[in-house]
Ligand binder design. Structure first.
Ligand code: OGA
Ligand code: NI
Length: 406
């Protein structure tokens, strides 16, 4: 009983710090279920038909659901119950304690996402591939956590590779293209407690996933909403289905053919909702770029090459209190005038030198490049750091001048 009372959400009205500004609140208007988002049967023998459906769904909605995927229903339901138990049985104090002790990213009602406003959720994130390597750092309560979640993530890995292989075939890129792009797997489980006024709160702000693909299990309670033609629509909770969405990286690799679409999670007043998202991600140093075979004179690259870790840094996708609403700013992330991979090393050297000369500066050449493109970066650099009289405001190095002036 006492435990129960310490929960942050066990309250009768929504505290101010959970109320989003008017323009971000879900509001009172009912949000319809989108019956157009395809539910794709992976058990069909006609693989070509399945591939066509996957591609079409990825193109039109950036979202689809899969059924007959081969994962036994009890694997998913047991995992969901394990997370429910995990979230329900710990007090807020325990959660914070366990999180800091174990070093996972774990956020509860402490999670402030924007201008002091908090999300209406508890969340745990941890790596989940390769299993042997990361399992030791997982929670050990409930006692079955590692076994149950371990089986789940192994199944989801296989499912994600199957889906990626079908997408590969559909796009016409060589089999195995996604090997490096799918090497990292992150689990993020959410618990959205019942909320006294869901019109004011959000479980997750509107965002894009910075993944290759994401696979979500949401049990029987819906709450995931997707932008369809500029309007919010609910993704139906289909029994024993997984929701799959195209992440930013697959959009880039497919040269925009498949779309990464904004989505959010809302709360409801009747019951708590638990969802398990698994993000399939590239390794930090892999270069993400439109697949060469998709490019020709009439299909020029729409995105520049970028290292996955630079994408993440630029979009702040995993940063503390990331404002996920703003990501990704396409101008910032996909500079069309300059190839990042090509000059990255040189740039890093220049930057290191600059940082040395301007201790405490958080200005980065890369940021200027990202933001303004190559030509404008130089102007901007001069505007901000070079004064007319003595040529230098902050004493940046000559090398930088030389470099930028090229
Ligand atoms: C996410 C996400 C949706 C949900 O974790 O990125 O979009 O339904 N989750 O919890
Ligand atoms: Ni998401």
């Amino acid at each position: 009983m006492e435990k129960h009372n310490t929960k942050w959400f066990n309250i009768e009205c929504v505290p101010h710090c959970f109320k989003f500004p008017q323009e971000e609140r879900p509001g009172d208007a009912p949000i319809p279920i989108c019956n157009k988002i395809p539910v794709i049967d992976l058990g069909k023998s006609q693989k070509n038909e399945t591939i066509k459906q996957l591609l079409q769904a990825g193109q039109e909605f950036g979202f689809f659901q899969v059924i007959n995927h081969g994962i036994p229903e009890n694997v998913a339901t047991q995992t969901l119950s394990t997370f429910e138990e995990f979230f329900n049985n710990m007090t807020d104090e325990e959660k914070v304690h366990v999180a800091s002790r174990k070093g996972w990213i774990f956020t509860g009602s402490q999670e402030e996402v924007k201008n002091g406003v908090h999300l209406w959720r508890d969340n745990i994130k941890h790596p989940c591939h390769p299993l042997e390597k990361c399992m030791q750092s997982w929670p050990d309560k409930p006692a079955t956590y590692r076994e149950v979640v371990g089986r789940y993530v192994a199944e989801i890995r296989m499912l994600s590779l199957t889906i990626l292989e079908l997408i590969c075939q559909g796009l016409g890129i060589e089999s195995g293209y996604f090997n490096e792009q799918s090497e990292v797997q992150l689990l993020s489980a959410n618990n959205y407690p019942a909320c006294p006024d869901p019109s004011l709160t959000l479980g997750i702000l509107k965002h894009f996933d910075p993944s290759l693909i994401t696979i979500i299990y949401q049990g029987n309670v819906s709450g995931l909403q997707v932008l369809v033609d500029g309007k919010w629509m609910c993704v139906e909770a289909v029994p024993n289905a997984f929701v799959v969405n195209i992440g930013n990286q697959l959009e880039i690799i497919s040269n925009g053919k498949l779309r990464s679409v904004e989505h959010r999670a809302v709360t409801n007043s009747k019951e708590a909702r638990t969802s398990i998202a698994i993000f399939v991600n590239p390794t930090p140093n892999s270069i993400v770029e439109p697949a060469k075979v998709l490019l020709n004179d009439s299909n020029p690259p729409l995105y520049k090459s970028i290292l996955y870790k630079d994408f993440i840094n630029a979009s702040k996708a995993f940063g503390a209190h990331t404002d996920r609403k703003r990501q990704p700013d396409t101008d910032l992330l996909f500079p069309k005038v300059w190839d990042f991979a090509e000059i990255k090393e040189k740039l890093l050297l220049v930057e290191a030198e600059w940082m040395d000369k301007l201790p405490g500066s958080n200005i980065s050449l890369r940021k200027l490049y990202y933001r303004f493109g190559r030509a404008r970066a130089y102007e901007k650099f001069k505007e901000e750091f070079v004064s007319e009289e003595n040529g230098r405001k902050h004493a940046p190095s000559l090398l930088q001048y030389a470099y930028l002036g090229q």
